[in-house]
Ligand binder design. Structure first.
Ligand SMILES: [Zn+2]
Length: 377
């Protein structure tokens, strides 16, 4: 990695350090003590409660945008015009920090995928990453974000020790083939290498970060001298410090326990956590595209439902009312993909959806207001 003089990120970084309040304003304080949030921490939310918490968080997001006189459509257009500042490929785990906030002047794209893997060329998940990388401006940055206690890495270690036998779930098998190494750091470095090999035409600067919430540390891997990565890590550090004031993260994040597994269409102008004003350990996340959900997405969802007991799957896509038809069609495809998935030959998600044990909520994220509205089937 060479250190270059950059136009985009460092200039904005100077602005940010001149006005640290620009990023440090705690956007959550208004919803901090919501009873549903408190309930989630100590017990289990029903599907209705999960949706209510998400929509209440989203209302706070929309209020904040209104207060700042910011419309998500501007960020959406910037991404569409290839002016994004960064692309983060982060694990689906609900304990990661989000990088963005309504106040943020940097425009980023966040892709969530189990084990922060770079999937095989030609798969929908790889296409999401490839197309997003092409939306970065000239000095835009790609970051792989891993974390301690990564379920995907731990599962892989067990799978390798057990002789790499089929698990009974094709998506899970395919995901386990994409994860590498026996620690989150080894995996992050391996995924960074894959990203550099497979995306070399569209990225100039790239690196990896592993987030350790127990010690408040961010290990930078493979791009130690990149000023742009340093700037983004500073943002994460500030966010971590803010949240540490509210709770003991080491204790609160001991076990992953999200109440929803959100599927967000790539191209959302804010991360799913910001769209829902979600705190750490509330929303497990994966990214989908018009090409449907593939093994990487399905493995994430399966893990959240089977291992984490999540019963609510909000689908989220950006658009205006004019996009309802397109979005409804895409959501129909996503649902069909989930219903078609089998584990040991059984359509387990389809059965759970039919019996009411599991719910999908279809939400359009309004690009004018930032409000999430439920779409009819
Ligand atoms: Zn993980």
């Amino acid at each position: 990695m060479t250190v270059r003089k950059r136009e985009g990120l460092p200039r904005q970084d100077k602005d940010a350090s001149a006005d640290p309040a620009g990023f440090s304003k705690e956007p959550y304080s208004g919803v901090r003590l919501h009873p549903l949030r408190e309930k989630h921490r100590v017990s289990k939310l029903s599907m209705d409660e999960s949706l209510e918490l998400l929509l209440r968080g989203n209302a706070a997001h929309a209020d904040r945008l209104l207060e700042l006189k910011v419309t998500p459509a501007d960020r959406y257009a910037k991404i569409g015009h290839g002016e994004a500042d960064y692309l983060v490929i982060a694990c689906s785990d609900s304990r990661l920090l989000q990088l963005d906030s309504e106040e943020d002047t940097h425009v980023g794209i966040q892709i969530r995928v189990a084990g922060n893997v770079i999937p095989k060329r030609g798969t929908p998940s790889f296409e999401e990453i490839r197309q997003s990388a092409a939306k970065l401006h000239e000095d835009g940055l790609v970051i792989i974000e891993g974390h301690i206690h990564c379920g995907a890495v731990n599962e892989r270690v067990k799978w390798v020790e057990g002789g790499m036998k089929p698990t009974g779930s094709a998506p899970l098998d395919n995901l386990l083939h994409e994860v590498f190494g026996s620690t989150p750091s080894e995996n992050a470095l391996a995924q960074l290498t894959k990203a550099r090999q497979q995306l070399h035409k569209s990225i100039r600067d790239s690196g990896a970060v592993v987030y350790d919430w127990e010690h408040g540390k961010f290990e930078i891997i493979g791009a130690e001298n990149s000023p742009a990565i340093g700037m983004l890590v500073d943002k994460w550090k500030r966010r971590h410090a803010e949240l540490s004031h509210e709770m003991d993260l080491k204790d609160a994040l001991k076990k992953q326990k999200p109440h929803a597994i959100a599927v967000g269409e790539v191209g959302l102008p804010y991360s799913l956590m910001t769209v829902f004003h979600a705190k750490q350990n509330e929303v497990f996340a994966t990214s989908g595209s018009e090409n449907g959900l593939d093994d990487m997405d399905e493995a994430s969802i399966l893990y959240a439902v089977e291992h984490l007991g999540v019963r609510h799957i909000p689908f989220v896509a950006p658009g205006t009312a004019a996009d309802n038809e397109r979005i409804t069609k895409m959501f129909g495809r996503w649902e069909a993909d989930l219903r078609g998935m089998t584990v040991h030959g059984e359509h387990i998600l389809s059965k759970m959806l039919d019996s009411g044990q599991l719910r999908i909520t279809r939400l359009r994220y309004d690009l004018e207001t930032g409000k999430a509205a439920e779409l009819a089937r």
